[in-house]
Design a protein around this ligand. Sequence first.
Ligand code: DER
Length: 235
Amino acid sequence: LSQDELKKIAAYKAVDFVESGMVLGLGTGSTAKHAVDRIGELLKQGKLKNIIGIPTSKMTHEQALSLGIPLSDLDTYPVVDLAIDGADEVDPYMNLVKGRGGSLLREKMIEGACKKFVVIVDESKLVKHLGGSGLAMPVEIVPFCWKFTAEKLKLLFGDAGCVAKLRTFKENGEPFVTDNRNYIIDLYFKKDIGDLKAASDAILRLTGVVEHGMFLDMATTVIVAGELGVTLKNK
Ligand code: DER
């Protein structure tokens, strides 16, 4: 099975949790895309009714619109019944790294407001420790004096050895700009971050930082699709 087929299997399994009448957080990324497509399909077939979608990005907003999913926002629905979204990394305690697609702020706001947060991944996303895979740990920052903030972030993790890079477009080197008109600094760690809560607090205390991509103690269910089948883990 290809990685995308595994993502689709996990996504469809998560949509089994969707009931008519729910207010749904609609995730962002290639895995969540399958879940949003499936919700649109079930609505069209009349198997789901009276769904309100709260999109976690402009991209998901467009996708949901094209599928005819009724949309709203957190101002109108401050409590969300269920959110379904992908992740870049999942550790054994269901802590996540998210944001390599650049949507972490709206995802964290919406997923932080939901009663159930179902994470959908293929098995390649499973890690022993967050940040240890050498892949990016995204941090959303204000554009003002971004070099200053990037340096402060780097200095936070002196001993863990961390490189802080402004996320830019490969083709022209221009800074990536989030839906909220902010920049993203990608942190690359040379070894495990260690105490995630302490790291989270330290990052958030830096003036100029908006939010980071560690989603700690937020997922209520993780659905993993692998070569040997689909597993479901609850908090
Ligand atoms: O950017 C994000 O937070 C995405 O949800 C990401 O974490 C998962 O993206 P993928 O499903 O395309 O791997």
